[in-house]
Design a protein around this ligand. Structure first.
Ligand SMILES: [Zn+2]
Length: 132
Protein backbone atom coordinates (compact mmCIF):
# COMPACT_ATOMS: atom_id res chain seq x y z
CA UNK A 1 0.00 0.00 0.00
CA UNK A 2 1.23 3.46 -0.87
CA UNK A 3 0.20 6.66 0.81
CA UNK A 4 -0.47 10.04 -0.69
CA UNK A 5 -0.89 13.33 1.09
CA UNK A 6 -3.69 15.23 -0.56
CA UNK A 7 -5.90 18.23 0.15
CA UNK A 8 -8.93 16.76 -1.51
CA UNK A 9 -9.51 13.11 -2.23
CA UNK A 10 -9.76 12.44 -5.98
CA UNK A 11 -13.03 11.09 -7.28
CA UNK A 12 -11.38 8.14 -8.92
CA UNK A 13 -9.61 6.58 -6.02
CA UNK A 14 -7.01 4.00 -6.85
CA UNK A 15 -6.67 0.64 -5.22
CA UNK A 16 -3.80 0.33 -2.83
CA UNK A 17 -3.39 4.00 -2.00
CA UNK A 18 -4.09 5.55 1.35
CA UNK A 19 -5.13 9.14 0.71
CA UNK A 20 -4.34 11.34 3.66
CA UNK A 21 -5.81 14.79 4.10
CA UNK A 22 -4.26 16.65 6.98
CA UNK A 23 -6.50 19.57 6.16
CA UNK A 24 -9.61 17.54 6.84
CA UNK A 25 -7.98 15.33 9.44
CA UNK A 26 -8.87 12.10 7.78
CA UNK A 27 -7.62 9.35 5.54
CA UNK A 28 -9.54 7.32 3.01
CA UNK A 29 -8.74 4.25 0.98
CA UNK A 30 -10.43 1.48 -0.93
CA UNK A 31 -10.86 -1.65 1.14
CA UNK A 32 -7.72 -3.73 0.99
CA UNK A 33 -9.61 -6.87 0.02
CA UNK A 34 -10.43 -5.39 -3.38
CA UNK A 35 -14.18 -4.99 -2.81
CA UNK A 36 -13.90 -1.29 -3.77
CA UNK A 37 -15.69 -0.03 -0.70
CA UNK A 38 -14.39 3.27 0.58
CA UNK A 39 -12.96 3.17 4.05
CA UNK A 40 -12.85 6.49 5.88
CA UNK A 41 -10.60 6.72 8.90
CA UNK A 42 -10.90 10.10 10.64
CA UNK A 43 -8.08 11.13 12.94
CA UNK A 44 -8.93 11.92 16.54
CA UNK A 45 -7.96 10.68 19.96
CA UNK A 46 -10.93 8.29 19.87
CA UNK A 47 -10.78 7.34 16.21
CA UNK A 48 -7.53 6.67 14.39
CA UNK A 49 -4.06 7.96 14.90
CA UNK A 50 -1.71 8.44 12.00
CA UNK A 51 2.00 7.95 12.34
CA UNK A 52 4.29 9.23 9.64
CA UNK A 53 7.91 8.25 10.11
CA UNK A 54 9.13 10.37 7.22
CA UNK A 55 8.83 7.52 4.77
CA UNK A 56 5.91 5.32 5.60
CA UNK A 57 2.65 5.71 7.47
CA UNK A 58 0.86 3.60 10.02
CA UNK A 59 -2.69 3.77 11.28
CA UNK A 60 -3.78 2.70 14.68
CA UNK A 61 -5.94 0.95 15.77
CA UNK A 62 -6.74 -1.71 13.20
CA UNK A 63 -9.36 -1.21 10.51
CA UNK A 64 -12.42 -3.39 10.83
CA UNK A 65 -14.81 -3.17 7.93
CA UNK A 66 -17.75 -4.67 9.77
CA UNK A 67 -20.31 -2.83 7.70
CA UNK A 68 -19.02 -4.36 4.48
CA UNK A 69 -19.79 -7.83 3.24
CA UNK A 70 -16.13 -8.74 3.20
CA UNK A 71 -15.76 -8.07 6.96
CA UNK A 72 -12.07 -7.60 6.41
CA UNK A 73 -9.92 -6.63 9.34
CA UNK A 74 -6.38 -5.41 8.93
CA UNK A 75 -3.70 -3.07 10.11
CA UNK A 76 -1.86 -0.51 8.05
CA UNK A 77 1.65 -0.56 9.34
CA UNK A 78 4.60 1.11 7.63
CA UNK A 79 2.65 1.28 4.37
CA UNK A 80 1.85 -2.40 4.56
CA UNK A 81 -1.44 -4.20 4.98
CA UNK A 82 -1.29 -6.74 7.73
CA UNK A 83 -4.37 -8.89 7.85
CA UNK A 84 -5.83 -9.66 11.21
CA UNK A 85 -8.22 -12.43 12.04
CA UNK A 86 -11.90 -11.87 11.50
CA UNK A 87 -13.87 -11.17 14.62
CA UNK A 88 -17.05 -12.89 15.66
CA UNK A 89 -20.26 -10.87 15.81
CA UNK A 90 -20.07 -10.84 19.56
CA UNK A 91 -16.57 -9.46 19.59
CA UNK A 92 -17.56 -6.77 17.13
CA UNK A 93 -20.48 -5.73 19.30
CA UNK A 94 -18.27 -5.59 22.36
CA UNK A 95 -15.68 -3.54 20.52
CA UNK A 96 -18.30 -1.07 19.41
CA UNK A 97 -19.61 -0.63 22.92
CA UNK A 98 -16.13 0.06 24.17
CA UNK A 99 -15.69 2.53 21.34
CA UNK A 100 -18.79 4.41 22.35
CA UNK A 101 -17.76 4.50 25.97
CA UNK A 102 -14.42 5.96 25.00
CA UNK A 103 -16.10 8.45 22.75
CA UNK A 104 -18.43 9.59 25.50
CA UNK A 105 -15.56 10.04 27.89
CA UNK A 106 -13.60 11.99 25.33
CA UNK A 107 -16.49 14.26 24.47
CA UNK A 108 -17.24 14.98 28.09
CA UNK A 109 -13.65 15.97 28.60
CA UNK A 110 -13.59 18.09 25.49
CA UNK A 111 -16.79 19.89 26.58
CA UNK A 112 -18.27 19.70 23.16
CA UNK A 113 -21.32 21.90 22.71
CA UNK A 114 -24.61 20.20 23.56
CA UNK A 115 -25.83 20.49 20.00
CA UNK A 116 -22.83 18.77 18.50
CA UNK A 117 -23.14 16.17 21.20
CA UNK A 118 -26.74 15.52 20.28
CA UNK A 119 -25.77 15.06 16.66
CA UNK A 120 -23.14 12.58 17.63
CA UNK A 121 -25.47 10.66 19.87
CA UNK A 122 -27.89 10.42 17.00
CA UNK A 123 -25.12 9.08 14.84
CA UNK A 124 -24.23 6.47 17.39
CA UNK A 125 -27.84 5.41 17.68
CA UNK A 126 -28.09 5.21 13.92
CA UNK A 127 -25.02 3.01 13.79
CA UNK A 128 -26.53 0.72 16.39
CA UNK A 129 -29.78 0.45 14.53
CA UNK A 130 -28.20 -0.17 11.19
CA UNK A 131 -26.29 -2.96 12.87
CA UNK A 132 -29.38 -5.09 13.29
ZN1 LIG B 1 -13.46 -5.40 1.40
Amino acid sequence: MKHKFVDIVPEDMEDGILYISIKYGTAIHLCACGCKNEVVTPFSPTDWQLTFDGKTVSLSPSIGNWSFKCQSHYFIKNDEIIYARKLSKNEIRKGRKKDQKQKTRFLKKARISPLAWLGLKKRIRYEQESDQ
